[in-house]
Design a protein around this ligand. Structure first.
Ligand code: UDX
Length: 452
């Protein structure tokens, strides 16, 4: 059992802290936000994540996890300090490292015994060399402090599972002491450990995320071509997936990738390459395809309808994927403002993301358009002229083709997640546009009338 401190209680830090506690270590999570710390002490998770709250309560009751704003006392006695603070994207695509620098300085001023600083945050290659130097510059006591890289690969919605049962643990160290200590900390997880040097570990994180982003953008590119040549991208993906070298995951064409990692990490790696005078063409292509993909359906709909002015538009799903309340880089954030600008009356449904969305786009009038948040898909669809599907929530997948036909004024559906078999929509007479599949067109009468 080791004493672990964790800096930052966002997705990365809190999940890591709770999982280390679950594995028997003694963990103190540090955050600057007093209110958040009190909330966590009372057993409430600040983020929506499967099993997290349950494990927070269990390990708190067992005395294995504590939360504090007092970083000095947490860092002082720790064998290892994990850093999980954010590295937000800056306007030029580079990562903002100021939170890491703040924590590094606090560590340097607090530690009184040898300790390993483990950076979990995604940082540009070479950053951890600088963090180690920075800590040694500010170190107050005569102790050994080394920095290791230990990137995480958790996906939102399954973060606890992804940590406890990770496919691999990447540890990047520069000494046997650091390698052995980190290996010992992870020993109770009983998972495959890949031990490399620090820069390779930093690179593995970017290379993995960007590869997945590339895979999605590739399928979106192929999807757009499928539409033009009369192929069906889902059938194409199925055929490809039988090849083990390709695999079956992350082949779903759609409205582009969002979230806190893929958009940020693709731009960051491109930026790193640029700094080294290298043109990282593949990643650049993935970014470009994704940018266009997000508004693909909106553009199709605008061409079809000419204007959204005065139309009731149902929006199903706002978050970047189901199972999270996170809106970062979600397609809805690009499309809803375009619809509002065009004078649409948007009726938006999302089982958990609506509150966050309403902070950016409050309910009510926005210029010529308006937005209303509704509690059910039925309310969104009732008398709507057009429907956009942005997130494949269970509640959205439960809507039958007949419901679009019966509830909407004009059943015109733009599906960014390819939820329905095209033939099912065709069978009930819904005009249906999706990604990389043939559209079901309807005879256009003077049918798209305002709902007002
Ligand atoms: C991702 C990685 O999966 C994780 O390993 C990494 O550490 C952080 O980034 P996350 O962003 O939570 O996790 O979600 P993920 O499930 O990977 O989806 C990201 C985006 O890609 C979503 O917008 C999703 O809708 C989209 N996506 C995913 C597709 O469009 N098609 C696919 O086939 C898969």
């Amino acid at each position: 059992m080791k004493k672990i401190a964790v800096a930052g209680t966002g997705y990365v830090g809190l999940v890591a802290g709770v999982c280390f506690a679950e594995m028997g270590h003694s963990v103190t999570c540090v955050d600057i936000d007093e209110e958040k710390v009190n909330l966590m002490r009372s057993g409430v998770s600040p983020i929506f994540e499967d099993r997290l709250e349950e494990l927070m309560q269990k390990n708190y009751a067992a005395g294995r996890i504590e939360y504090t704003t007092d970083y000095a006392s947490a860092y002082e006695e720790a064998d290892a300090i994990f850093i999980g603070v954010g590295t937000p994207e800056q306007p030029d695509g580079s990562a903002n490292l100021s939170y890491i620098a703040t924590v590094a300085r606090q560590i340097a001023e607090s530690v009184v015994k040898d300790c390993l600083v483990v950076v979990k945050s995604t940082v540009p290659v070479g950053t951890n060399d600088k963090v180690e130097q920075f800590i040694s510059d500010f170190l107050v006591n005569d102790v050994r402090v080394e920095v290791a890289s230990n990137p995480e690969f958790l996906a939102q919605g399954s973060a606890v599972k992804d940590t406890l049962y990770a496919e691999r643990i990447i540890i990047g160290t520069e000494s046997t002491w650091a390698e052995e200590l980190l290996t010992e900390l992870y020993q109770p997880f009983n998972l495959p450990i890949v031990s490399v040097n620090r820069r390779s570990a930093e690179m593995i994180k970017y290379a993995s995320n960007d590869f997945l982003a590339l895979k999605i953008s590739y399928m979106n590119d192929i999807a757009n071509l499928c539409e033009l040549v009369g192929a069906d991208v889902q059938d194409v993906a199925k055929g490809m997936s039988f090849d083990d070298r390709i695999g079956s995951k992350f082949l779903n064409a759609g409205i582009g990738y969002g979230g806190s990692c893929f958009p940020k990490d693709t731009k960051a790696l491109e930026h790193i390459a640029q700094q080294h005078g290298y043109d990282l063409r593949t990643v650049k292509a993935a970014i470009n395809v994704n940018t266009d993909q997000k508004t693909m359906l909106y553009k199709k709909a605008r061409n079809r309808l000419i204007t959204f002015n005065g139309l009731k538009v149902a929006v199903l799903g706002l978050t970047f994927k189901p199972g999270t309340d996170d809106l970062r880089e979600a397609a809805s954030l690009e499309n809803v403002p375009l619809l509002l600008e065009q004078g649409a009356d948007v009726y938006a449904f999302d089982p958990v993301g609506a509150e966050n969305f309403a902070r950016v786009h409050p309910e009510g009038q926005h210029g010529r358009g308006s937005i209303t948040y509704v509690a059910s898909v039925e309310e969104a669809l009732q008398d709507a002229n057009v429907c956009f599907i942005f997130t494949e929530w269970g509640e959205v997948k439960a809507v039958t083709p007949a419901m679009y036909k019966n509830l909407m004024r004009t059943s015109l559906v733009y599906d960014g997640r390819n939820i329905y078999p095209v033939a099912d929509m065709q069978a009930v007479g819904v005009e249906y546009h999706s990604i990389g599949r043939q559209a079901v067109e309807r005879e256009v009468k003077a049918s798209v009338t305002s709902h007002v």
